[in-house]
Design a protein around this ligand. Structure first.
Ligand code: UDP
Ligand code: MG
Length: 324
């Protein structure tokens, strides 16, 4: 009989672990689906690991992975995928904002032969204006980069074993799961879901982490900003030609311009354009530097599996050649 793995990244979710496990057990056993839960503690500072450990000792279907520190949600998802052993693997938030009932709907589609089932937000839930606008801009850029409509995309997905294998075989460190799962292709379907209210605890994001997250993901998926630099350079060149022509005409006509203001403005403009461009290029270089270091995506300090604790694997990522 086929089995479903549900990967749940958890960062400071002590209030949600038990509740998520309980709800998923009810929903999945109710639907007659055999399953395992893979909870990844992303270096929480509260009692999340104790809760996961306890749940894992009590129930053999619960696997817990503990990171040595906070490596971020993408790393947690990746670690969960590496540990999952099911024939279908789902990823969902552990705050139950992704409704567990939708999992059943996704599983049925998987049984029908779909290989990637994407959860699509029916609407974006409660968000303020600025957040909505900046999220909109981010998703427009990402959609252009991936050629997939990402507007209402989420990390709530179910994938076939072979899709998981493809994702695990990708060597890059900066991975944007949401986009990569579309990028891989395969036979895909979409399921709409209503974003629920967070049941307990609070959101782990603030404006700054979101901006950083947006930049990292754009850079990990597209080199478009570098083309903006070239484009900006081209525009500046055309403008400078026009200005040069104007100045020459003035000079020939013996009406040399009183150019102080113009010079200052042009100088400042060019200076800032050059610096912004260097910044963008520098950001890519920083990312290349991170990638070539070939550091592991995460470090595991402990695993609970099959009702007992197994020691952490240190740097080794399961299913992967640590050398690459
Ligand atoms: N999360 C994580 N590592 C982080 C931040 C978040 O594993 O560094 C997890 C978190 O525990 C939750 C999911 O990612 O299960 C989504 O986070 P959150 O609910 O804070 O995001 P929001 O729903 O507000 O976008
Ligand atoms: Mg949430």
């Amino acid at each position: 009989m086929s089995r479903l793995s549900v990967v749940l990244p958890a960062y400071n979710e002590e209030l949600m672990v038990e509740k998520a496990c309980r709800t998923l057990r009810e929903v999945l056993t109710g639907a007659g689906i055999s399953y395992e839960l893979v909870l990844v503690d992303d270096g929480s500072r509260d009692c999340t690991w104790e809760k996961i450990n306890m749940a894992g000792q009590e129930d053999e279907r619960i696997v817990g992975v503990r990171f040595s520190r906070n490596f971020g949600k993408e790393a947690a998802i990746y670690a969960g995928l590496a540990q999952a052993e099911g024939d279908a693997v789902a990823v969902m938030d552990c705050d139950l904002q992704h409704p567990p009932e939708t999992l059943v709907e996704m599983y049925r589609l998987w049984e029908q032969g779909y290989e990637v089932i994407e959860g699509v937000k029916a609407d974006r839930g409660k968000e303020n204006m600025l957040y909505r606008k900046s999220a909109g801009l981010f998703y427009r850029i990402m959609s252009a980069a991936t050629k997939v409509d990402m507007k209402n995309a989420s990390d709530f997905k179910m994938m076939d074993r072979k899709v998981v294998k493809s994702i695990l075989s990708m060597p890059e460190r900066n991975m944007f799961f949401r986009a990569v799962s579309s990028w891989v292709g395969y036979r895909s379907a979409q399921v709409q879901f209503q974003v629920q209210e967070r049941q307990a605890g609070k959101s782990k994001w603030n404006s700054w982490t979101l901006i950083r997250y947006a930049f990292t993901n754009i850079v990990s998926f597209t080199t478009m900003p570098l083309q903006f630099v070239t484009f900006g350079g081209g525009v500046c060149f055309l403008l400078s030609m026009a200005l040069a022509l104007y100045s020459l005409v003035q000079y020939v006509n013996d009406r040399a311009v009183e150019g102080y203001t113009t010079i200052i403005i042009v100088l400042l403009f060019i200076g800032s354009a050059v610096m912004v461009s260097l910044g963008i290029i520098g950001y890519y270089i920083a990312k290349i530097y991170e990638e070539v270091k070939r550091r592991p995506r995460y470090l595991i300090s402990g695993i609970v599996r099959g009702g007992g604790e197994v020691p952490g694997e240190g740097a080794a990522e399961k299913n992967r050649d640590p050398g690459i």
